[in-house]
Write a protein that binds this ligand. Structure first.
Ligand SMILES: Nc1nc2c(ncn2[C@@H]2O[C@H](COP(=O)(O)OP(=O)(O)O)[C@@H](O)[C@H]2O)c(=O)[nH]1
Ligand SMILES: [Mg+2]
Length: 231
């Protein structure tokens, strides 16, 4: 519990045995439920996560978005916090983000990786790609978002009820922010965190996922909403 709110942390993992161990060892005591969603890891990700007290969910179909949707269905907390299993996002920032979430009285808080202080954490190509995608999202949805691709968010579980989340892949990260921004009932804010270099191998394919995400933004902007939430 954090100031009367039950907290669920969700971590999607694909072959992150090294990173997830570090992340789980640094998980704050006040977190009530830790969910690791694994779909197809061939290393010891699930065993390591279970041994460190996480609830491990197996999802049959691959994909970052798919994993999150499976995790959301099992979440019981009032507030959901997400981060990668690669130890690039700081578990120590969870208390700081929750404090800001409550203090700012928002419903969705995005943790921005920018400005990146650790030069090894993100290559120039990645920074440039991230900037372009965030710029595209800001222009298409009329709201300045510094880091549309961040994987660390803090939000009230209740907001999922009205979200139309269709992406099963990496575009899920921008989609959940778009759904938050589009809904006038959801108060949105963004603050900076420290981002560091990941442990283990990157799952993102920069060119393929970059263009997919750009295309997804356009599709999301100009297609009709399906309506109905995911929970
Ligand atoms: N369960 C699951 N997790 C995934 C999948 N793809 C990526 N991930 C996890 O999602 C997080 C983000 O992937 P990552 O390679 O770090 O991408 P980046 O942070 O955008 O560079 C990591 O914890 C990955 O292990 C997937 O298909 N299934
Ligand atoms: Mg990552």
């Amino acid at each position: 519990m954090y100031k009367g709110q039950a907290i669920t942390v969700i971590i999607p993992c694909l072959n992150e045995e090294q990173g997830v161990e570090r992340v789980l060892r640094r998980m704050p005591e006040f977190v009530d439920q830790v969910i690791v969603v694994d779909n197809g890891s061939t290393d010891r990700t699930s065993e390591v996560a279970r041994s460190l007290g996480a609830q491990v969910i197996r999802e049959g179909v691959r994909g970052y978005g798919r994993a999150y949707k499976a995790g959301f269905r099992q979440a019981t907390g009032d507030v959901i916090v997400t981060l990668d299993g690669d130890h690039s996002y700081p578990p120590d920032a969870i208390s700081y983000l929750l404090e800001a979430f409550l203090h700012l009285e928002v419903d969705f808080l995005n943790a921005s990786r920018f400005p990146v202080r650790d030069r090894r954490a993100m290559s120039f190509k990645h920074k440039f790609g991230n900037l372009m995608l965030s710029l595209a999202m800001s222009l298409l949805f009329f709201r300045w978002v510094r880091d549309s691709q961040s994987g660390m968010w803090v939000f009230a579980r209740a907001v999922l009820r009205d979200m139309d989340l269709v992406s099963d892949g990496m575009a899920f990260s921008e989609e959940i922010k778009i759904e938050a921004l589009r809904d006038p009932k959801i108060r949105f804010a963004e603050i900076s965190i420290q981002y560091s270099s990941r442990l283990g191998e990157i799952k993102l394919n920069p060119w393929r996922d970059g263009f997919n995400n750009l295309f997804f933004l356009l599709k999301k902007r100009f297609s009709r909403r399906r309506g109905g939430g995911i929970l």
